[in-house]
Design a protein around this ligand. Structure first.
Ligand code: ZN
Length: 646
């Protein structure tokens, strides 16, 4: 290992490891050793991820040949034997990153052994000059960097570098750290100021290079990331069938009005731009991303937090183009949105970023995996019109099927993105600054860290959230000097939220931040109470696809109607609801709506002077369940946005 990796204090992270560690910013992220999720909604998902998903993903990557591709390079048969899409290397790296966080979190021996084995295979496939890719540059394949639009070589390095940073920060002794550094050096040598003036059709290397700079102190990685951000947007890549907007090469990122084009690409690029802005003090660039985030949330985001409403190019639609039955809302776009909002939160301290993160985590990230962690949604539609088939468990599937979760896809970015997100999820809950700690997401957790001047502070968080709105923070470590414990009050909690201080003082609090500053004693409790009464929300009238409909929410959860809860033979297209009548809780997180089941006469032509009315309606109570749980009972029809009863 190069001397500067071990000598640099920032390399082996004494926080236990964090995916994002800016050198400056309003808030400091805590690491895996400082925040541990101990149970509850997210603890369950972390356990399933560790016990099932990591092994499931690895076994599929073996089965479909993506791991053998590395051996095929070494053995000189890759031109003939290579399997999978051009970017399949990236999924192996992404899974390794997830395993690195898991080893740091729990000491998981399966993950540790898998990393060791995979690292050896990958290390051998790297060329002497640092080049590493199984799809290009070998006999029978295209030349290196001959297809920057679609080749994904730099994208694959991005995920390799992110895995290397995870291994470095968690103190894992793996040759992959050096492999990642050699790859980064190769990228800087090849694409530096005097080199190839291109960049990758799929961003991610930007944020990876900044993170490697943060972990090693080597500034050339930061400079290269800035070059990649600045080069984009000038029409350098070839014009493709979806236009250059697809890979954000149509307009410089500083000048864009909103996120556009391929959703995952746009959000990864914006994340990298925030990283560059923070490390170079580029406030103008940071402000540009904040402005685009605002516009995108206001006009291009689903009620679930999902992003991307066009199947054809997996892209953002125009403003207010948010059809529920054509929602693409790729799981990876949700992961990318969480990554972007986290960076913006750390940079600015503005909790609206944590609000969107909560919505996205509960309604997209939690929706994608099945409860057993062995099948996944790639797209997360808001309206399923017909009952789909049960997916075969012995083959991989087209990515855009959305009837039921599938075990694997020909493009399997999403299952691996989930794996690394769940394994590192505790690092997204709480931050610190010189004055105290800030809780952004609620979960059963233990928190322990140092403030400025080395003061140790900590607390235990206990909650039944999202089923229960009480969040109790009990101080477990403190110092004689006063410090501040802050909690986010979600935007949806406009009425009825309260904070109870250690002395029993109860005060109403509204959306934003609620804080207590005190010379806390061990055992002191701060209690947040959030109103979880279910309520209806209405869409902006400019979202034409949603006119005449309402959706139900309870706390952070979006609810939906599912055919499994309707009388036999009835479908969700029969559901009508009365938003003037209150919703009532029905156990298991579900609620009952007052409404009706309607029938509509079939005609030969669906447009007429008297079309648009129900032929008959029968009063009914409509059961609504958390959207994240839909299709858990087998194939069904489902809808989030429900027509209002005439
Ligand atoms: Zn994906």
């Amino acid at each position: 290992m190069p001397a500067d990796l071990t000598a640099d204090a920032g390399a082996r992270d004494d926080t236990g490891g964090r995916p994002v560690a800016p050198s400056t910013g309003r808030l400091r992220p805590l690491g895996l050793r400082e925040v541990r999720i101990t149970g509850g909604f997210w603890g369950h998902r972390q356990s399933v991820n560790a016990a099932a998903t990591l092994e499931h993903n690895l076994s599929w990557e073996r089965r479909v040949g993506w791991i053998d591709n590395f051996a095929a390079v070494v053995e000189g048969r890759v031109g003939r034997d290579r399997r999978g899409r051009e970017f399949s290397d990236s999924d192996v790296y992404k899974l390794i990153e997830g395993m690195a966080w898991e080893v740091a979190r729990t000491g998981d021996t399966f993950a540790a052994a898998s990393i060791a084995e995979l690292s050896k295979v990958i290390e051998r496939a790297q060329e002497p000059d640092g080049y590493l890719n199984t799809a290009f540059g070998h006999p029978g394949q295209g030349d290196r960097y001959s297809d920057l639009e679609w080749g994904h070589e730099l994208y694959c390095y991005g995920h390799l570098i992110q895995a290397g940073v995870a291994l470095l920060r968690t103190g894992f002794d793996s040759p992959l750290v050096e492999v990642a550094v050699r790859a980064a050096d190769h990228v800087c040598d090849t694409f530096g100021p005097d080199g190839n003036q291109g960049f990758c059709g799929h961003p991610v290397i930007e944020m990876a290079l900044v993170e490697l700079y943060r972990a090693t102190g080597e500034r050339r990685y930061l400079h290269q990331a800035k070059l990649f951000v600045d080069r984009r947007g000038h029409g350098t890549l070839a014009d493709i069938e979806f236009g250059r907007a697809y890979f954000q090469d149509d307009v410089p990122i500083r000048d864009a009005d909103a996120f556009h084009g391929h959703a995952v690409r746009a959000l990864y690029l914006a994340s990298g731009a925030v990283d560059v802005a923070v490390e170079t003090g580029d406030d103008e660039l940071l402000a540009a991303i904040e402005r685009q985030w605002e516009a995108t949330v206001a006009r291009r985001t689903y009620v679930t937090g999902g992003m991307g409403s066009r199947h054809m190019d997996e892209a953002f639609g125009e403003d207010f183009f948010l059809p529920p039955d054509r929602a693409y809302s790729e799981t990876c776009a949700a992961v990318a949105s969480v990554q972007l909002s986290w960076r913006l939160l750390l940079a600015t301290g503005d909790v609206r970023y944590a609000d969107l993160t909560e919505r996205t985590l509960y309604n997209v990230v939690a929706t994608s995996p099945a409860d057993d962690g062995r099948s996944f949604f790639y797209v997360n539609t808001l309206h399923r019109r017909h009952v789909g088939p049960l997916p075969a468990t012995d083959r991989h599937h087209p990515r855009a099927e959305s009837s039921v979760r599938a075990p694997w896809f020909d493009v399997s970015c999403c299952p691996n993105n989930l794996a690394r997100t769940f394994a590192s999820l505790s690092t997204y809950l709480v931050t610190a600054d010189d004055d105290g700690l800030q809780v952004h997401q609620y979960a059963d957790a233990e928190v322990s860290t140092r403030l400025g001047e080395g003061r140790r502070v900590g607390f235990e968080m206990r909650t039944g959230y999202p089923d229960d709105g009480a969040v109790v923070l009990r101080v477990t470590e403190t110092s004689p000097a006063p410090w501040t414990l802050s909690v986010r009050v979600p935007a949806w909690a406009a009425d009825g939220a309260a904070l109870i201080e250690p002395d029993g003082t109860r005060r109403p609090v509204g959306p934003g931040v609620a804080s207590v500053t005190a010379a806390f004693a061990i055992g002191d409790e701060v209690r947040l109470e959030l109103p979880l009464e279910p309520h209806w929300v209405r869409p902006d009238p400019r979202i034409d696809a949603l006119r005449g409909t309402v959706a139900a929410e309870r706390g952070p959860l979006v609810l939906c109607a599912e055919s499994a809860d309707l009388p036999a033979g009835r479908d969700v297209d029969a559901v009508r609801v009365d938003p003037a009548a209150p919703l009532s809780p029905d156990g298991d997180g579900s609620v009952l709506a007052v409404g009706a089941l309607a029938s509509v006469d079939d005609g030969s032509w669906p447009y007429a002077a008297d079309a648009g009315t129900d032929a008959a309606t029968t009063p009914a109570r409509i059961r609504l369940v958390p959207y994240h749980s839909w299709a858990a009972r087998g194939p069904s029809t489902m809808r989030v946005w429900l027509p209002v009863q005439e």
